[in-house]
Design a protein around this ligand. Structure first.
Ligand code: TPP
Ligand code: MG
Length: 333
């Protein structure tokens, strides 16, 4: 990979961390309401996998921890932030909030609050791509906890039977809200669970973006070549609580410290410094530029955008009044 791309990837991961940190602050200032699930600690997974995909072309779908997946798929960060603020300029016109980011102009198909909901939807998107014989694939990100839903098993079976072009990406952070994986899941290595569906699968470190990219490339090439679905598992860790009202009493400080040593940004920055691609001063400058962008462009846009109007409550609910941005990709009937 070229040095410029490596620097860009580091910048993206720092941007995602700072974006989520700023969301935390805005939530505490009561600028945002509802649920807010932050992605800090897991950045290398979405960044690395989607770096290997044809974003804007491939379908991407995920659960409620969705801001970073949306932005890396091509959704403008301003619109994601405005959505979190519940503003009319948000990616879902302020009607969805944090868990329901949606931008079909780049084939980012959401953002779902129901655990396990994206599995069958991803299979449907993949089925559509297969029937239309496009070379698109569907990439479905979900947590370890989601794999205990019935939708997981039903979807894995049919995706395998129909050889659908879908990549399932399991972000195994070992917790479903406050329940550690051993307490809820008989087989804790998630990639082993799909052998019952005769699906190709593998497990990797999710904290080293180079490992993520290499593994994702193999999996994506497999899926795109028409060989069927692939299930890829990344071991990772979320730094913050599950949502905003979570004191993390269910896990030890020692465990948190251990994982902080494997921080995806620190690991990648150290590699790039060692390879003389970047210096500490460059990183400092990068962080400053990112903070300026978040504050003076993204937050400003969200703060200054209008609230949805009460008289527009039913706008976008029915098909006869669609959002003009969405007509293209969705009208492909
Ligand atoms: C159908 C359904 N059941 C239960 C919930 C409540 N719930 C929200 S998040 C969650 C845990 C999911 O954990 P995981 O899939 O590991 O994702 P993570 O939060 O770790 O990213 C649960 C049970 C829900 N949102 N939807
Ligand atoms: Mg989890």
């Amino acid at each position: 990979m070229k040095a410029d791309d490596q620097k860009r990837l580091l910048r993206e991961m720092i941007f995602f961390r700072r974006f989520e940190d700023r969301c935390f602050e805005a939530y505490m200032e009561r600028k945002m309401g509802g649920f807010l699930h932050l992605y800090s600690g897991q950045e290398a997974v979405a960044t690395g996998v989607l770096e290997m995909a044809k974003t804007g072309h491939d379908y991407v779908i995920t659960g409620y921890r969705d801001h970073v997946h949306a932005i890396k798929s091509g959704a403008p960060a301003r619109e994601v932030m405005a959505e979190l603020y519940g503003k009319e300029t948000g990616s879902s016109r302020g009607r969805g909030g944090s868990m329901h980011i949606f931008d079909p102009t780049v084939n980012f198909m959401g953002g779902y609050a129901l655990v396990g909901q994206p599995f069958p939807l991803a299979a449907g998107l993949a089925m559509g791509a297969k029937l239309k014989a496009t070379d698109q694939i569907a990439i479905c990100f979900l947590g370890d906890g989601a794999n205990n839903q019935g939708t997981f098993h039903e979807t894995m079976n049919m995706a395998s039977v129909w050889k659908l072009p879908v990549l399932f990406v399991c972000e195994n952070n070992m917790y479903a809200i406050g329940t550690r994986i051993e307490r809820s899941t008989a087989v804790t290595d998630q990639y082993k669970r799909v052998c019952g569906y005769d699906m190709k699968a593998s497990q990797h470190d999710g904290q080293d973006i180079d490992t993520v990219m290499e593994a994702a490339k193999t999996a994506i090439d497999f899926v795109r070549s028409g060989k069927g679905p692939y299930f890829i598992e990344f071991m990772t860790y979320r730094y913050r609580g599950h949502s905003m009202s979570d004191s993390k009493g269910y896990r030890s400080k020692e465990e948190e410290k251990q994982w902080e040593k494997r921080d995806p940004i620190t690991i990648y920055a150290a590699k790039l410094k060692k390879a003389k691609v970047i210096t500490d001063a460059d990183i400092k400058a990068m962080e400053k530029e990112i903070d300026d962008e978040i504050e003076n462009d993204i937050i400003k846009f969200a703060e200054e955008s209008p609230e949805p109007r009460v008289e527009d409550l039913y706008k976008y609910v029915l098909d006869d009044n669609p959002d003009p941005r969405w007509i293209g990709p969705l009208q492909n009937k």
